[in-house]
Design a protein around this ligand. Structure first.
Ligand code: ARG
Length: 462
């Protein structure tokens, strides 16, 4: 072995790597983010080795003290990461060797970087599931605040972005609370499934040392050890599940962000975004741009890209570990950062924004939004089959459109030309307030139903 060969695995090597080899091979540039998890895993492993008599107590305590020193060096920024040492595992171990000497070399007994990296990354992703869950709940609370304020503010409900039926602001906010509730559930489910320990799978086949995998699993907060050593080192489902949950959440955030962009435009004026989450234009002095919402809308691109990226990395790999799998981390890191930022920005925007109940109401009243109420009235009060009621209402809408007025502006005589059975009672259902108040079916938009859902969620998130 020359001086150039790798100190960790260079025994059979006569020469060190080409510079390009080192560049493509090294992951320390990004996997240093796993430092804390790496040291946690090593501490659990060393303690177990001592308990089982595989290393001495003295060695174990030297290792423990040394690892704590390494951790504090990393946290205070004095640690010198070296590309020649490839990755976080070997950077930590090399420094440990400098600090404590020979016992450091015993730490890697009954372990491989294959199970080591699987442990580190799982611990990291597990933390991210918890963080995403908490950030989603914070956003839900902000939405609940908006929903409570405007539980009975009438606004247009849309399909095809065309005015459909009047709904309430509270109802619209609560739709996102529901979506985000499923998102939080996906992170919780993923976390529960990933919470098994790969440690002790060693390179791929397990080990002949009398290790205690239950003990290390428990020390690291895992529910149990993974039951198949090949699976343990080959599996990245946990990262894919995280990315999938993140993608769906980001898609929801993107839809909401799109609504905020539309709603804050001069043509809609449904909401005013706070200055804190807007920017100006360097040329047009009147502009206040919803940049935060636009960037939240865009984050799905990176997050979904990361998801596709990791699926593509994994799809053709034979069992068990292949170096391809080193490409699993950067995209997960980036997706997690993007998601957390998007959630925080959305929470801030929702807390700060103010909806304009008058603008919402005016928009709700236009666009023949109560046409369905009129058709329903014809069914209920005049006994028409719904299909015929739909047709009659359509004629009235055409009439109103031709005159450039809204449905309630048509006179009773005009109404009667569409169907004789229409009486003045019909005007009761043409107002937007009556329309939303009438939608009392479970999950419907009536303020009464909306308040039921707000109360349910407040209890659930308490
Ligand atoms: N840096 C590697 C990774 O991220 C660690 C595992 C290396 N294992 C190996 N057999 N070369 O995947």
């Amino acid at each position: 072995m020359t001086d150039d060969a790798n100190k960790m695995w260079g025994g059979r090597f006569a020469a060190g790597p080409d510079a390009i080899m080192e560049a493509i091979n090294a992951s320390i540039g990004f996997d240093q983010r796993l430092a804390r998890q790496d040291i946690e895993g090593s501490r659990a492993h060393a303690a177990m080795l001592a308990t089982k008599g595989i290393i001495t107590d003295n060695d174990a305590s030297a290792i423990r003290e040394g690892l704590l020193t390494v951790l504090s060096e990393i946290e205070t920024g004095t640690f010198r990461f070296q590309t020649a040492l490839e990755d976080i595992h070997m950077n930590v171990e090399a420094r440990l060797t400098e600090l404590i000497g020979e016992p450091a070399g015993r730490l890697h007994t009954a372990r491989s970087r294959n199970d080591q990296v699987a442990v580190d990354f799982r611990l990291w992703v597990r933390d991210q599931c918890d963080a995403a869950h908490a950030a989603i709940v914070a956003l839900q609370r902000a939405l609940l605040g908006q929903a409570e304020t405007g539980a009975d503010w009438v606004m247009p409900g849309f399909t095809h972005l065309q005015t459909a039926q009047p709904v309430t602001w509270g109802h619209h906010m609560m739709a996102y609370v529901e979506m985000l509730g499923r998102d939080a559930g996906r992170f919780a489910d993923a976390r529960a499934r990933m919470n098994e320990s790969p440690l002790g799978a060693a390179a791929l086949a397990g080990t002949s040392f009398p290790i205690d995998r239950d003990a290390t699993a428990k020390a690291l907060g895992f529910d149990r050890p993974m039951a198949n050593s090949l699976d343990a080192v080959a599996d990245r489902d946990f990262a894919l599940e995280f990315l999938s949950a993140a993608s769906i959440t980001a898609m929801h955030l993107s839809r909401f962000a799109e609504e905020l962009v539309i709603w804050s435009s001069a043509q809609f004026r449904f909401v005013t975004m706070s200055d804190r989450f807007s920017t100006g234009s360097s040329i047009m002095p009147q502009k206040k741009n919803p940049d935060a919402a636009e960037l939240v809308r865009a984050k799905i691109g990176r997050i979904l890209g990361a998801t596709m990226g990791l699926f593509t990395v994994m799809k053709g790999l034979p069992l068990t570990y292949s170096k391809d799998m080193q490409e699993d981390k950067e995209q997960v890191f980036d997706a997690a950062d993007s998601l957390m930022l998007a959630l925080a920005a959305m929470e801030g925007m929702v807390r700060d924004m103010s909806a304009d109940p008058d603008a919402l109401r005016a928009a709700a009243a236009s666009g023949f939004s109560t046409a369905t109420d009129l058709a329903d009235w014809l069914v209920r009060e005049a006994g028409l089959p719904f299909r015929e009621a739909h047709h009659v209402t359509g004629r009235l809408v055409a009439m109103a459109e031709a005159e450039g007025v809204d449905l309630p502006d048509l006179g009773l005589d005009q109404m009667k030309t569409a169907h004789q059975a229409i009486t003045s009672g019909v005007f009761d259902v043409l107002g937007v307030d009556n329309s939303v108040r009438s939608r009392t079916s479970y999950g419907g938009t009536s303020p009464e139903q909306v308040r039921v859902q707000i109360a349910r969620w407040k209890e659930r998130l308490a």
